[in-house]
Design a protein around this ligand. Structure first.
Ligand SMILES: NC(=O)c1ccc[n+]([C@@H]2O[C@H](COP(=O)([O-])OP(=O)(O)OC[C@H]3O[C@@H](n4cnc5c(N)ncnc54)[C@H](OP(=O)(O)O)[C@@H]3O)[C@@H](O)[C@H]2O)c1
Length: 264
């Protein structure tokens, strides 16, 4: 595993396991399989309604809490409601601190929501705080109004939407960029793309491994999701090779710089 150091000083595994669209009843099993496969970084959200399953799997694991990096995300519900929801997330996840809490997307009172995150950060309930689905102006707005900087910006990012200008902005502000949907959920025939297949053949790897290696080699955190243990293992096995500059540039050439999900 490779790690990046956040602007709070905490280390974050560059590869995590995402649990979006995993039903509550399957989540504990999926996260347990992911832990067996080697993952120690889990990405969930209030919206996914499976924080309880994540909490169960981690609390029953044979590894101590400190070995794990847990991210969750909250609705933008304003100051008072966010304070309550932070406590609820701690309870659901069976922990007394969360490694990273993100505002899931920008709506309504995101200043009040961020203020509650900032207070929970000072209280030690949240080790790092950050943003998801924010554009450059919205991130700048948070930087202009708050003392605690966001540590992470988690946005859609994959080979077809590489977010080059936003990633540069994040880097300049010392905010770690994180990719959601690193496979674009398989859209655009990602897994059968000819360019990616050629590179996969050259390295004797799968297309999924080439994609995750590309993203992490770009210095971006990736959180692929799978309900299948063999795919979890495949997706984890990316730290024993390095893409050369030709392969990196070729994959950079796939960028269409547009959302596959129709996000503005
Ligand atoms: N902040 C946000 O707004 C936001 C939005 C979306 C996602 N996310 C986070 O990002 C995580 C990942 O994104 P995502 O779940 O939307 O999509 P994704 O990881 O890009 O793609 C998941 C899809 O790829 C398949 N897959 C996984 N590994 C594979 C492999 N090695 N070969 C072939 N197919 C494979 C999965 O199928 P199987 O499960 O059947 O293997 C699933 O259909 C989420 O789980 C969530 O934690 C955040």
């Amino acid at each position: 595993m490779e790690y990046i150091t956040l602007n709070t000083g905490y280390k974050m595994p560059i590869l995590g396991f995402g649990v979006y669209q995993i039903p509550q009843r399957d989540t504990e099993r999926a996260v347990r399989d992911a832990i067996d496969a080697g993952y120690r970084h889990i990405d969930t959200a209030q919206l996914y309604r499976n924080e309880v399953g994540v909490g169960k799997a981690i609390s029953k694991a044979e590894f101590p809490r400190e070995d794990f990096f847990i991210t969750t995300k909250l609705f933008t519900s304003g100051y008072q409601s966010t304070k309550k929801q932070i406590d609820q997330a701690l309870k659901y996840l069976q922990t007394d601190y969360i490694d990273l809490m993100l505002i899931h997307w920008v709506i309504r009172d995101y200043h009040g929501t961020y203020q509650a995150l900032e207070e929970a950060f000072h209280e030690g309930k949240l080790r790092s705080i950050g943003l998801s689905n924010f554009n450059q102006n919205q991130v700048q707005d948070i930087l202009d109004h708050f003392e605690v900087k966001p540590s992470v910006l988690q946005n859609e990012m994959h080979v077809f939407y590489q977010r080059t200008p936003l990633r540069q902005f994040s880097k300049d502000k010392n905010i770690q960029f994180e990719s959601w949907a690193p496979f674009g959920e398989g859209m655009n025939n990602t897994f059968t793309n000819d360019v990616l297949r050629t590179i996969a053949k050259k390295y004797d790897k799968t297309v999924a491994q080439i994609i995750l290696r590309f993203i992490t080699q770009e210095g971006v955190v990736a959180i692929p999701k799978s309900v299948k243990k063999e795919r979890m293992m495949e997706n984890f096995d990316i730290f024993n090779f390095k893409l050369d500059e030709w392969a990196m540039d070729t994959i950079r050439g796939l960028n269409e710089e547009r959302s596959l999900f129709g996000w503005p």
